[in-house]
Design a binder for this molecule. Structure first.
Ligand code: MG
Length: 488
């Protein structure tokens, strides 16, 4: 053991060099050198900050059945599969809405979109002529973590308001690189939409690429966008490896029109859609590899999920919800239940498959909890801290899931029972159909929502109706922000 009195207490006048020289001659030198090494190797203040980093990866319109570990037979996703093998896979993970804008608002605020004005029965998402965006009064994950000293960066699709007051750098992100809305907006090409989407070219859409608040490329070259997002993400991680950081990487793909870089052309057996997913998978691998090279994988939570289910009207360009019914835009399971993977070596138990009811809104309080940041108490947060679940507890987070379509509740799930009060397909022009009695499914027995058992279980319908009424009674919606146009 180190014995300081051997040198410093009894020979205070010696110079460090003479001391060191003497050390090599002294029998106690090994202990002294060990102490010196420890002193020099003592972590800096930044290294001592053990608050975990968070990388939140969000795919766009990726369905429940679109990656290998969720059962796709021909799309190869070795990096996402590795996340599952070394981390946790959720089988009943729900988003806050089945289309882009409200789903993203729910993810970043931990709140149902109806509470932030990001839900509408008129326009379901924001468009390039939209005048508003996520209200300043909302607190995003980035804002909460930035206030606590985190470096915050966003790469990718925002879709919470493209005018300057609503951009990521005005919602808690230090930096932004990405496309502010969907990649099929700002269409400038004429002709049949099927041809345009089936053989897309970047110049068919006048989509901008932003650096912070400045347009740096328009139309953006969409073929290279997934690769460039990965490069930006890697650079952000390397730049901030010595401090706690939050990176939100929101892919523009696989939202149609589909693009992939030359390196992934013909990469997949599953055609163009498969190429796109396999490039996203590659980018996930880039993130994991960078965290490992920087030596920070064990103090970084990587969470991967999607904003909503597959866009089925685009057929083979639209992905798959696997065994779940329907897709994007609907309140069927395929619209709102998506893949979700958590990876943090040494913290999230490897190979865990979790069927707890969890939601994208849980990310907000969970991440804040990990960072030691209090969850705001001046507003309703619909998410719950699932830190215990990520550590391996099999407790349930929620016992109720609400399926909003715009400002209305179309369905609700309590435990295994899901009641559909209104049904409507997406994007094919049919009208909403009120259901009285509601359609009832037992989702654990019937995940594909095939068999209506409402006649046999009136008690389940009564309980769900009571829970929904209770929710509605306490609801204080914020006026919708989605319908206002710039021309108005
Ligand atoms: Mg989407």
């Amino acid at each position: 053991m180190f014995a300081p009195h051997s040198f410093s207490a009894f020979r205070p006048a010696r110079s460090p060099f003479r001391c060191l020289a003497a050390c090599f001659r002294a029998p106690i030198c090994a202990a002294w050198l060990a102490a010196l090494t420890m002193l020099l190797a003592r972590p800096s203040a930044a290294q001592e900050d053990r608050r975990p980093n968070v990388v939140l990866i969000f795919a766009d319109d990726l369905g429940y059945g679109d990656i290998g570990v969720y059962g796709h037979p021909t799309i190869r996703t070795p990096h996402l599969d590795r996340m599952a093998a070394e981390g946790m896979k959720f089988t009943q993970f729900y988003v806050g809405a089945s289309v882009c804008t409200p789903s993203r608002a729910a993810l970043l605020t931990g709140r149902l979109p109806i509470r932030s004005g990001m839900a509408s029965d008129g326009r379901r998402v924001l468009f390039p002529d939209s005048r508003l965006g996520l209200p300043a009064r909302e607190i995003t994950i980035a804002e909460a973590l930035k206030d606590a000293g985190y470096a915050t960066g966003m790469v990718g699709k925002w879709h919470l308001g493209h005018l300057e007051p609503f951009l990521p750098t005005n919602h808690g992100f230090d930096s932004y690189y990405g496309i502010p809305y969907s990649n099929d907006m700002d269409r400038v090409a004429g002709g049949e939409w099927q041809e345009i989407f089936w053989e897309p070219k970047s110049e068919y859409w006048n989509v901008p690429l932003l650096r912070d608040t400045e347009v740096i490329e328009r139309p953006v070259n969409q073929e290279t966008i997934t690769r460039r997002y990965a490069e930006e993400a890697v650079a952000f991680i390397r730049d901030h490896a010595e401090e706690p950081f939050f990176l939100y990487l929101a892919h523009t793909m696989p939202h149609t029109p589909l693009f992939r870089s030359a390196a992934f052309a013909g990469h997949s057996k599953a055609g163009l859609y498969g190429d796109v997913i396999e490039e996203i998978d590659w980018s996930v691998g880039q993130v994991m590899q960078t965290l490992e090279e920087e030596g920070i994988a064990e103090r970084t939570l990587v969470f991967f999920t999607s904003d909503n289910g597959p866009w089925l009207i685009f057929r083979t360009h639209g992905g798959s919800a696997g065994l779940l019914r329907d897709g994007k835009g609907t309140t069927y399971e395929g619209g709102m239940r998506v893949p979700a993977l958590a990876w943090r070596p040494g913290a999230v138990p490897p190979g865990a498959v979790n069927s707890a009811l969890v939601t994208a809104m849980d990310v907000f309080p969970t991440v804040l909890g990990m960072a030691g940041v209090p969850v705001p108490d001046d507003r309703v947060i619909d998410g719950m801290d699932i830190g215990n679940i990520l550590r391996g507890s099999d407790e349930d987070a929620h016992d109720m899931i609400l399926y909003y379509r715009g400002e209305r509740i179309f369905a609700a799930r309590v435990g295994p029972w899901k009641a559909h009060f209104i049904t409507q397909r997406a994007y094919i022009g049919d009208d909403p159909v009120p259901r009285d009695p509601p359609i009832l499914h037992h989702l654990e027995h019937d995940p594909s929502e095939r068999f209506d058992v409402s006649a046999d279980h009136p008690e389940a319908l009564e309980e769900i109706a009571a829970r929904v009424a209770e929710h509605r009674a306490g609801l204080d919606p914020w006026p919708t922000q989605l319908d206002a146009r710039i021309e108005e």
